[in-house]
Design a protein around this ligand. Structure first.
Ligand code: PBG
Ligand code: ZN
Length: 331
């Protein structure tokens, strides 16, 4: 038996499209994707987001229209983000649990129009607080962890009441999963899926999203609550703790810069894992393609394959509304 070349020629295993097709893992199907969407008050609104070409802020009626091709492609569902009028923002973010708000209206409308789509909601208050942080502040101006948990629990229950299949807390407060799970149980929502943004990093890759959501903090940053990308051990503990607190699905966010975290989590848990392919990861490929420096959907397909290979079960991606173009790239 030879230990290597010339008896071993690995090129045999990739010599033709037919051989590669037989050996390559299949590209993830549309059922693996959730499409993050932005909803605003009003009607007739379909406002393109400058920093995220291909994505819009929709009023509920326009979102229902935009979902037609997405549902037809077989995408599993949506993750809903809401925007509030500046005048509705306050120090606590109470508009986030107003049942007449656009998120709640979107949940009801999607459940009604698309009975096969899964509806997840983002549970946070940064788009609803006057200061733009993910929870109410203490007198010292830092986010008050335990007060935030009470608010997040209210938001989650209000989304479940509107009909959300799942709630996805993204505020990175300690104990938020336990608080939300307890509140859902107490309100009788034992079937609501809790998809925790369990390992969410303080990342510079959220810029386009904050533009879309108009949710950048007025002062300071989120480094005191979102995970530090230099500290892998604590980042992994974040997900371990959320599992212990009753999360049904874990998440890594951002994802493409954190494939090692995905893989480590995959080895350490039997829970489903979601990869959030964030706004900056979306925008950077578009910017590269716009300059003529790469073929857009080839780059996208390669990046999504990386998420799948690293261990993601669910892929939360703005590419979901362009799924057919991504999956259709010739390999
Ligand atoms: C806010 C939230 C953010 C994202 C999802 N929920 C931004 C932030 O934490 O500042 C980012 C999503 C993206 O960049 O695509 N809780
Ligand atoms: Zn937030």
């Amino acid at each position: 038996m030879s230990e290597g070349y010339p008896d071993i020629r690995l090129r045999r295993l990739r010599q033709s499209p037919q051989v590669r097709r037989m050996l390559d893992r299949p590209f993830p199907g549309p059922e693996r994707f959730l499409w993050p969407v932005f909803v605003v008050p009003g009607s007739g609104v379909c406002e393109p987001i400058d920093a995220m070409p291909g994505q819009c802020r929709y009023s509920v009626d326009q979102l229902i229209e935009a979902l037609k091709p997405v549902a037809a492609m077989g995408i599993s569902g949506v993750l809903i983000f809401g925007l509030a009028e500046e005048s509705a923002k306050d120090a606590t973010g109470t508009a986030a649990f107003d049942p007449t708000g656009p998120v709640h209206a979107a949940v009801r409308a999607i459940r009604n129009a698309y009975p096969n789509l899964l509806v997840f909601t983002d549970v946070c208050v940064c788009a609803y607080t006057s200061h733009g942080h993910c929870g109410p502040l203490t007198d010292d101006g830092v986010v008050n962890n335990d007060a935030s948990n009470a608010v997040l629990a209210n938001v989650a229950v209000s989304h479940a009441e509107a009909g959300a299949h799942g709630v996805a807390p993204s505020a990175m407060m300690d104990g938020q999963v336990a608080a939300i799970r307890g509140a859902l149980e107490a309100a009788g929502f034992m079937d609501t899926i809790l998809m925790s943004y369990s390992t969410k990093f303080a990342s510079a890759m959220y810029g386009p999203f904050r533009d879309a959501e108009k949710s950048a903090p007025q002062s300071g940053d989120r480094k005191g609550y979102q995970a530090s990308y230099g500290d892998l051990a604590t980042a992994l503990r974040e997900s371990d703790l959320d599992e212990a607190e009753g999360a049904d699905i874990l998440m890594v966010k951002p994802s493409l810069f954190y494939l090692d975290v995905l893989t480590r989590l995959r080895e350490g848990t039997d829970l489903p894992i979601a990869a959030y392919n964030v706004s900056g990861e979306y925008a950077m490929l578009i910017a590269t393609a716009d300059r003529g420096w790469g073929d857009l959907y080839s780059m996208v397909r390669e990046s999504i394959t990386a998420l799948d290979r690293a261990g993601a079960d669910i892929i939360i991606s703005y590419w979901a509304n362009q799924y057919e173009k991504v999956a259709g790239v010739r390999c």
